[in-house]
Design a protein around this ligand. Sequence first.
Ligand code: PSU
Ligand code: MN
Length: 311
Amino acid sequence: MSQNSPEPYEPVLSAEVRAALGAGRPVVALESTIIAHGLPRPRNLSVALELEGLVRSAGAVPATVAVLDGRAHVGLGAEQLERVAADPSVRKLGHRDLAPALATGASGATTVSATAFLAARAGVGVFATGGLGGVHREWAVDQDESADLRLLARTGITVVCAGVKSILDVPATLQRLETLGVGVLGYGTGRFPGFYLSSSGEPVDWTVHSPEEVVEVIRAKAALGGPPTALIVANPVPEEEQLDPRLHDRVLAEALDACRERAVAGQAVTPFLLDQLMRRTDGASLEANLAAVRGNVALAARIAVAAAEPR
Ligand code: PSU
Ligand code: MN
């Protein structure tokens, strides 16, 4: 991977990503927090490689985003990806953490907020993740709302996700997205997906059925102009791969109790809850999470390919 940028704080684009962007070929950004902090080792590395493979087989270039030794990278080589997956000192970086990480030479995986920011800055228009962060269920007590929401309100990028994590207060998160002016499209559904579950039960206002329809919305949004905002494509996990909803509800209540009892706070909350669900479902939540992420990455690649087609 070439350190081809002379400016110390400029993000480094991999040669492959740089070439694809220069030629108008499709690129899909992938976040790294899910790899470093959302999935168990060593499976996380094989998942990271599998996700990059899914993007490639759809005809697009993967751009996994991370910070390594104080350099922000858009597009990682195999050794860099391995480091993000295996090195326990890799931190979790939201958008606000980027400057201190670069200034101190730190290494970290990027959340949705940091990834969307760096990807959009590099000129990548489509981004895939599992589930967005959002308003936590204890918001009235601790005001924990993921920085993902505000960053997406100010960043022009299309994010494919399975909704927001079901550990969150989903109706409150949808309300925040409405207030912040972030567009939400249900992909093949009139219901907002529920991350591990195909449906959260909440309605969405707009439904699309193909990558081409998503691209039309992106084009209309660009033609309208105005301040940049994200477009969320909410893609449900297939019903046959979702977590059993009854198991989900029972185990989530236990996990939230454990979070409260152990006074887990701040950045640790989301990884703690995801890990608790995995343990308490004997790994079933992990399989549903992976199915959701795979579907999102494949759809994001199809959207990026359709967006790169001449009209
Ligand atoms: N999707 C997943 N697993 C994850 C995440 C998303 O399937 O671990 C990560 C994303 O990086 C997201 C972060 O930005 O969780 C949210 O963390 P917080 O609630 O601390 O903002
Ligand atoms: Mn938080």
